[in-house]
Design a protein around this ligand. Structure first.
Ligand SMILES: [Zn+2]
Length: 131
């Protein structure tokens, strides 16, 4: 399998948060405990451990994306409940993505903006035959 390039940003509705890839073991949660990933809603930043197994990394990225989306959509809940929700979404969506590639291709294709109609060229006086 081709080596994946790690995402450097997470964009949601035009809001772009940087993803910082840190040396293994150096990502810390608020309480100082080692973490696989941390989303900082005050600095609008996601920090990720650079040494995770690819499957774990993908699920953690989706977990952190869940935190970002909940924050950006104004959803608030107790921290322990939010962790449970982020785990479920992260692991559940990762499993779904792997098992339903066509589903996600469909979703991303329908979400793509429609191509714009070609604009009429500007009118050039004295060049009436040119279209
Ligand atoms: Zn979390």
């Amino acid at each position: 399998m081709a080596r994946r390039s790690k995402p450097r940003t997470s964009r949601v509705n035009g809001t772009v948060w940087p993803i910082r890839w840190q040396d293994p073991g150096t990502v810390k949660a608020e309480d100082g405990a080692e973490a696989a990933g941390v989303t900082d809603n005050e600095k609008y930043t996601i920090c990720m451990d650079n040494g995770l197994h690819p499957d774990k990394e993908a699920a953690v990225l989706l977990h952190e994306l869940t935190h970002q989306v909940l924050y950006l959509y104004g959803v608030q809940m107790p921290d322990d409940l939010e962790e449970t929700v982020a785990d479920a979404i992260g692991q559940g969506f990762f499993a779904h993505l792997r098992e339903n590639a066509d589903f996600w291709n469909y979703i991303t294709n329908t979400a793509r903006p429609r191509p714009r109609r070609a604009r009429k060229p500007p009118h050039v006086p004295g060049n009436e035959t040119h279209r």
